[in-house]
Design a protein around this ligand. Structure first.
Ligand SMILES: [Zn+2]
Ligand SMILES: [Zn+2]
Length: 166
């Protein structure tokens, strides 16, 4: 393997994630397309997923793991129900390399199906939920989504939701 191989910072949720989605109730109508972009899609949005990151790069005998409830995840849905989901990686605090997430697959499927149902008009928005508030620490300097300014926890978004009291 090439030594210069860079760790992937944006991970497509094809493969097993798509397999789980297409087996789920309400998920079988969506077809995965890894080439989709926000342009030409009917909807694009960012959601948080939960899961576990493991860095195998810095300590081969004792991989460093950390959990996150704020895995910045991009969702694309086209007008013909093809879709794409991209997980944004987080950086290992020991070696500053990006690690891949292992996303909680049941919650992933539930969240994607629910979001697409809303986007395609199969359900109405949940009433009274307001903007989602996340708890727990989130290290924005190590989150690819925050660095891109799209994460729900990124400074750009925090400032957006902050109302000026004056
Ligand atoms: Zn590491
Ligand atoms: Zn973030």
């Amino acid at each position: 393997m090439a030594r210069s191989k860079k760790p992937k910072v944006e991970i497509d949720a094809g493969g097993k994630y798509h397999a789980a989605l297409s087996n789920a109730e309400g998920g079988d109508r969506y077809e995965y397309d890894p080439k989709l972009t926000a342009q030409g899609c009917r909807r694009y949005g960012v959601k948080n997923m939960s899961g576990l990151f493991t860095c195998y790069a810095c300590r081969p005998n004792k991989p460093h793991s950390w959990g996150s409830g704020i895995i910045c995840t991009e969702l694309y849905l086209s007008a013909i129900n093809t879709y794409r989901v991209v997980f944004n990686a987080q950086m290992c605090k020991l070696c500053n390399r990006y690690a891949r997430p292992k996303v909680d697959i049941d919650r992933y499927v539930a969240k994607v199906v629910d979001t697409f149902a809303l986007w395609t008009g199969q359900r109405k928005a949940h009433a009274g939920n307001g903007p989602h508030k996340s708890t727990g620490p989130h290290d924005s300097s190590r989150c690819r989504g925050c660095l891109k300014g799209i994460c729900t926890m990124s400074d750009a978004n925090k400032n957006k939701s902050k109302s000026k009291k004056r």
